[in-house]
Design a protein around this ligand. Sequence first.
Ligand code: ATP
Ligand code: MG
Length: 225
Amino acid sequence: MLDFIYEYIVKNDFKIKEHLSSDFHDIFLIEDILKNKKLIKYIKGKRRPKIVIKDIYYRLLKQSHKNIISIYDIVEIENDFFIIMEYFEGINLNKYIKQNFYTSINISIFRSIFNDIANTIDFINNIGLMHTDIIGHNILINDMLEIKIIDFDFAIILENENFVNIDVQSFIIMFFQYVNEYNYLNNKYNLYENTNIFNFNNYELEMNSCNTFLNSLDFFNKEFQ
Ligand SMILES: Nc1ncnc2c1ncn2[C@@H]1O[C@H](COP(=O)(O)OP(=O)(O)OP(=O)(O)O)[C@@H](O)[C@H]1O
Ligand SMILES: [Mg+2]
């Protein structure tokens, strides 16, 4: 397959800037003739059946959302495929939070980040997909606070209404994790006294949208303004 990708790169006059290879994928950072950066991702077959992942990326190809990485193209060769996507210059959310929480987090920034993520996850769920791997590593952010959700390799297509929303659960866990981290690092306990990762069970059972969850948090709406 890599031969086909190299062929594709040459045919399109792309320049390879970087090539990352792991057990699960090959990622090429390329530059096109106009010097626009893009990523080519080839997913190896070890994780999940290709046909399932391909279907998911085709769905994303048809969608456009400012906080979801754009899929530009899917190239199929026999039973295999690779994707060409937008390259987003930023860092992952874990890094961002670590860098900023050590000093002092700006609450309105925190609020804006989580509002954006909530809206995006709700959008993903509304188009019939569940990402299922909502973690800081799969959320990129830049200095302008633009957010992009990446890596839909584990996503699933929702077949019916009766599902446990793993994305909402992951979102809640991530939310409390960062609030706790902030409390711990800043030795402040006034943000939300009882925010504890083990306290999310009630939310986990009741919530089916990230926005519903955020709206249910009085402290988010009041103190976080
Ligand atoms: N569109 C993108 N723009 C910029 N960087 C990206 C993009 N997609 C992926 N990356 C970078 O490459 C890393 C790996 O990509 P991705 O999350 O899609 O694969 P993965 O299978 O989770 O890999 P890993 O297990 O190595 O994290 C990301 O954590 C991110 O740093
Ligand atoms: Mg990832």
